[in-house]
Design a protein around this ligand. Structure first.
Ligand code: FAD
Length: 331
């Protein structure tokens, strides 16, 4: 049973990998003789030790300095090589933005199946099948998917779905460094451009702010977040986002509010272009006052709002910002 351990920069691992190690341990116990492994691309021994403290018995570090920077095809190729060598029965991946992409490439390279965004995982001890459980038909049904003929069985799980196991520094395990060559590179990193994230990163975290202005898919583009940033600054607040805005790459995951994001309790919550799906509302039940801006008067967020402003944010936000600036200048 293996888990892909995605790095969070050069120093640490993302929590989702550690969360999956906890789940893998539980499933391994149910299967009896299964051991829990982890794989890190261009990681350090310190990271591998951290994985062991969180439940891994064995960690493979793929050693290739050219893989310091993530490129999906080369990462998939390297991981597929070690998977073919060690032959895990099950391979779990955190469904981060990169994880989702990588999982598909790995499954394709290994010609196996992948179930994305599982919300629960079980095993059938008789067949050793992984039961990959996820919502389907718009969340109205839960499907249980098996991969009976192909190995490894692959599933991805979003961050925050499973709890992170307790860190136990008395745990020991094996660290293996595998030198992996990529004969032909198909992708090359040309440059990294910081986008709107840099401006958002300067604002306080959503958990501690008194005022949170959050944006959703209805903003239509990252540009919309610029207005949100201006409004948040005027209100001494910060910026949050729905899952869809995070997925679109308009805001980082640390800003996501809801079931698989942050639970917040601000004095004022302003939801802009957010429909108010139940998973989003779960994160704001403790907000004191909710203001929603949405052209659809029947969107669920409107029923949950103390003030429902029906309209296009492109008209409402600039007017609101102008008025707040005017009031500020008067003081
Ligand atoms: C297991 C699981 C966990 C999840 N966890 C989360 C979570 O933590 N957080 C989360 O947010 N979601 C979560 N989701 C996803 C959730 O179900 C919704 O899909 C998501 O919240 C929808 O995001 P949205 O409101 O931005 O987009 P949409 O639902 O597409 O809504 C966009 C809204 O913008 C409005 N709009 C359009 N144009 C404009 C305009 N010009 N001005 C103003 N408004 C406009 C539309 O009327 C619409 O209401 C989860 C789902 C699952 C299955």
């Amino acid at each position: 049973m293996w888990v892909y351990l995605e790095r969070d920069g050069d120093k640490r691992l993302k929590d989702v990998g550690l969360e999956l190690l906890g789940k893998a341990r539980e499933l391994a116990q149910k299967l009896g003789n299964s051991e829990v492994g982890g794989v890190i691309v261009a990681g350090s021994e310190e990271m591998a030790r951290e994985a062991i403290y969180h439940g891994a018995d064995k960690v493979v570090i793929i050693d290739n300095p050219d893989l310091k920077t993530y490129t999906p095809m080369e990462y998939a190729e390297a991981i597929a090589q070690v998977v073919q060598k060690y032959k895990p029965e099950i391979f779990l991946i955190g469904a981060t933005k990169r994880g989702r992409e990588l999982a598909a490439y790995i499954a394709n390279t290994l010609t196996t199946g992948i179930t994305a965004d599982c919300t629960a995982l079980e095993v059938d001890p008789k067949t050793r099948d992984l039961l990959q459980i996820r919502p389907t038909f718009g969340g109205t049904q839960l499907a249980t998917i098996r991969t009976p003929q192909r190995r490894p069985q692959m599933a991805s799980v979003r961050p925050g779905v499973f709890p992170k196991p307790q860190r136990d520094t008395s745990r020991t395990g094996e660290i293996i460094v595998e030198r992996v060559e990529i004969p032909t590179r198909r992708t090359r990193l040309v440059s990294i451009e910081k986008r709107i994230e840099r401006d958002i990163a300067d604002l306080p975290p959503v958990e501690s702010a008194d005022v949170v202005v959050a944006g959703g898919r209805g903003l239509g583009s990252a540009e919309g977040f610029k207005l949100l940033i201006d409004l948040a600054k005027l209100l001494n607040g910060t910026v949050g986002a729905s899952l869809m805005a995070v997925r679109a790459g308009w805001a980082p995951h640390t800003r996501q509010i809801g079931q698989t994001g942050k639970t917040i309790r601000p004095r004022l919550y302003i939801a802009v272009g957010i429909s108010g799906a139940i998973q989003h509302l779960m994160g704001i039940t403790e907000a004191k006052t909710i203001v929603a801006i949405n052209p659809d008067p029947h969107a669920p967020i409107m029923e949950n709002a103390d003030y429902a402003v029906v309209g296009d944010y492109k008209q409402i936000l600039p007017a609101l910002i102008e008025e707040l600036r005017r009031l500020k200048n008067q003081r």
